[in-house]
Design a protein around this ligand. Structure first.
Ligand code: 5GP
Length: 431
């Protein structure tokens, strides 16, 4: 895995809006961008080249590929099948390149579902007349076919709300600049890029141990969990998922393969990690039970609900009078894993505690849960902890050593914690 993972950028919108030209413009402008060559059942047109414009194939073969899970997404467009190779996209992203997809709206929606961090750009002409005249001007469709394409366009436009960006392709030069801006802007987002390496170069001692994670396998849990009261209501907590997300990025950037198991958090999972969304404490526990034996570290940054309603009401509870809630404790994920798994990997736990005995309780928690380290953060410090962008606290290890972390951004703290955990395990401490 490259240190700066690639992005998945999808250009979609009606045929004739100019998305192919814009997609190729991105690939020509940015050396880190590659064009995703689709497979299609339609025949080559004019100057189209096999393997450059499309991989042309028969319908039978295409259907077989669907069966074999070859496609990341596919759709029938204007009577022909089109699809994107899962493996090609995966390998390009893993080597740090961004993949540019020029596909239809059905495909774009499938991509967003599978990769919530993908970037969808909707390309449209300034008016229906311009679209119709561009389609007629291509001389590839008769007037009836153009009419059908216009009908499909109306359906595609109804999905505009699912897109991240909109480019009205009035003047090609302007549209080119706009897609370039999206590409560059997205790569500059702190959440998506690697932590600036120069920060480590200035203060290398703080990051000793980071190298331990290269090629290792790390599971990071994140976000809150939810426990349902009825079909529409739940109890949960204020965790935004930012600390867990930052931990995943820190291990990813250090070269680890990261499995990110997240509850319903406010922020999107980072790119370049495998994400498994879960809702309840029990679901999280089930996923982890199948993964911890293969991992080199489990980072429990999720704020797992400690309680759940004793009973679930199917449907929506009517508003009337007083409703009494009875809660029961959810399974303690770490204790349960420690008890049932033969070869438990080292664990880094997180503990948000209030009051003067907070640290004592965090230490007890570390012992009870069989963790190698625990990051204790006092809940009473304003502007830190849940829902905040900063944190502060102490990473305490089972041998009594600790790392004091002053108030800083969660992204920075995650870098420090990942390195400190690596230092600890490098010394041969297995927890
Ligand atoms: P054309 O046949 O004119 O090249 O493409 C017809 C439509 O199919 C265009 O909207 C194009 O973006 C879309 N398309 C091309 N490749 C794919 C693909 O792999 N998946 C999906 N869903 N649509 C595609």
């Amino acid at each position: 895995m490259n240190n700066s993972p690639g992005q998945l950028i999808v250009l979609a919108g009606p045929s004739g809006a100019g998305k192919t030209t814009l997609a190729h413009h991105l690939v020509e402008t940015f050396s880190s961008a590659v064009f995703s060559v689709s497979t299609t059942t339609r025949s080559p047109r004019g100057s189209e080249i096999e393997g450059v414009d499309y991989f042309f194939t028969g319908r039978e073969e295409f259907l077989e590929k669907i069966e074999n899970g070859y496609f990341l997404e596919y759709a029938e467009v204007h009577g022909y099948l089109y699809g994107t190779s899962r493996e090609r996209v995966r390998s390009e992203l893993a080597s740090g390149r961004s993949v540019i997809l020029d596909i239809d709206v059905q495909g774009a929606l499938q991509i967003k579902e599978a990769f919530p961090v993908s970037i969808l750009i909707f390309i449209l002409t300034p008016s229906p007349d311009v679209l119709a005249s561009r389609l007629l001007g291509r001389n590839t469709d008769d007037p009836d076919a153009v009419l059908r394409r216009m009908e499909v366009a109306a359906w595609e436009i109804s999905w505009i709300g699912s897109f991240d960006y909109y480019v009205c392709n009035r003047h090609l030069e302007d549209s080119m600049m706009q897609v370039e801006s999206v590409f560059s802007g997205e790569r500059l987002q702190i959440a998506e890029t690697s932590f600036p390496p120069e920060i480590r170069a200035f203060t290398p001692d703080r990051f000793i141990g980071r190298e331990y994670w290269n090629g290792k396998s790390v599971i990071v849990t994140s976000g809150p969990t939810r426990e349902a009261l009825d079909s529409v209501r739940f109890i949960s907590n204020r965790s935004s998922g930012l600390m867990g997300c930052s931990m995943a990025m820190a291990f990813r950037d250090a070269g680890a393969e990261v499995l990110f198991v997240t509850g319903p958090a406010c922020i999107s999972p980072p790119s370049g990690v495998e994400t498994i969304p879960v809702e309840t404490a029990e679901e999280m526990q089930k996923i982890l039970a199948g993964e911890v034996e293969k991992a080199d570290l489990l980072v429990m940054a999720a704020a797992v609900s400690d309680f759940r309603p004793s009973a679930f009401h199917d449907g929506k509870t009517e508003r009337s009078g007083t409703v009494r809630l009875e809660l029961e404790a959810t399974p303690d994920i770490l204790e349960e894993l420690d008890r049932t798994i033969d070869c438990m990997c080292p664990v880094m736990a997180f503990s948000l505690e209030f009051g003067p005995d907070g640290e004592k309780r965090a230490l007890e928690k570390m012992k009870r849960k069989g963790a190698s380290a625990i990051f204790y953060n006092p809940g009473d410090v304003k502007g830190t902890g849940m829902e905040a962008s900063s944190n502060q606290g102490r990473l305490i290890f089972t041998d009594g050593s600790y790392l004091e972390v002053k108030r800083s951004s969660k992204r920075y703290i995650a870098e420090l914690l990942a390195a400190a955990m690596g230092r600890y395990l490098m010394k041969g401490n297995e927890g």
